[in-house]
Design a protein. Structure first.
Length: 315
């Protein structure tokens, strides 16, 4: 009996060591994969604040919370199982699906750009302004829909980095990266949109320095929020265009990804200490141009189709 108990304890210890090793593998792989996906977080954080611009301040954090919950659902309940199934049974389908999402982002960005320059609104009629519940629901729905594309890119980047690892490691990495990125993005967004309230609180302090900083935040945050709204629109375009550009390269087309990469490297090399920034800006600018072209074409086609429907021309 004692020998049987010792054997059982040895088995338990072996399982515990195996589990610990697996956790270490997941942590290390998640850190590496998350670092590669971190660039998308910047785009995601730039896109999201525009969804709460102009809304009731007391509803900003609750709306961001709802979007964050929707983002977690996107990552864990939709993207995670689909990505694991595809990487197991149809890995060739990941890139085309991601490119479809990129095309949608280009379309949304192009439509927002047209609205900025007086091109009118698209899609459904705007919700009645005296119906805040409907406006909030529409806002959250639109943000979660856009988040689905950005989250898919984050998860696919992370998945590509661990594609040769066991399925359990892949799943663990995607869960860790998905949760960490969600906390990072929406934590930052929550801080950004409430910065004016923080400034107001600081302006009421007795310290002159605190008051100056607080007044500066209160005056500056409307400008920052307006800028972020514009940046969010262009982020849709450069992320969507970037997805399409990298996707065509994954599918075997050398153009436009390789010429853009060579141009970015040349500009980065010529820029000295600012090489990293100028190289990134070059790629982002060209990706944005691709996004505008593709999104504009899609928007034009959809508008023409809409005109063919009964009552479409009037709308």
């Amino acid at each position: 009996m004692p020998s049987g108990l010792i054997a059982l304890l040895d088995d338990v210890a072996g399982i515990a060591k195996l589990a610990a090793a697996s956790i270490d593998d997941v942590s290390a792989a998640a850190g590496k994969a998350g670092a590669k996906a971190a660039g998308v977080v910047v785009d995601d954080a730039a896109v999201t604040p525009k969804y709460v611009t102009g809304l009731e301040p007391s509803r900003e954090l609750p709306i961001i919370g709802k979007i964050a919950i929707g983002s977690i659902r996107n990552k864990l309940l939709l993207i995670l199982p689909v990505a694991l199934l595809l990487t197991t049974f149809a890995p060739w389908a990941l890139t085309p699906i991601l490119m479809l999402g990129g095309t949608y982002l280009c379309f949304e960005g192009a439509e927002k750009l047209m609205e900025m320059f007086g091109g009118g609104h698209h899609g459904e009629d705007a919700p009645v302004i005296d119906d805040p519940a409907h406006l909030e629901k529409k806002t959250v729905s639109g943000a979660v829909r856009t988040d689905l594309i950005l989250s898919a890119e984050i998860m696919v980047i992370a998945l590509n980095d661990v594609a040769d690892r066991p399925l359990a490691i892949q799943a663990g990495v995607l869960v860790v990266v998905g949760l960490a990125m969600t906390v990072a993005v929406y934590g930052a967004v929550g801080l950004i949109v409430k910065m004016d309230d923080i400034g107001l609180h600081m302006a009421q302090k007795s310290s002159p320095l605190s008051q100056r900083i607080g007044r500066g935040l209160v005056k500056g945050m409307p400008v920052v929020m307006s800028a972020l709204s514009v940046i969010g629109t262009f982020a849709m375009l450069w992320v969507g265009g970037g997805i399409l550009m990298h996707g065509t390269h994954e599918l075997g087309l050398h153009w436009p990804a390789e010429p853009v990469e060579h141009l970015a490297h040349a500009i980065a090399h010529a820029s000295g200490p600012l090489g990293g920034l100028t190289g990134w800006l070059t790629t982002a600018l060209i990706s944005s141009v691709i996004g505008v072209i593709v999104g504009g074409v899609v928007a034009f086609v959809l508008h023409q189709i809409g005109r063919l429907k009964p009552g479409g021309a009037a709308h």
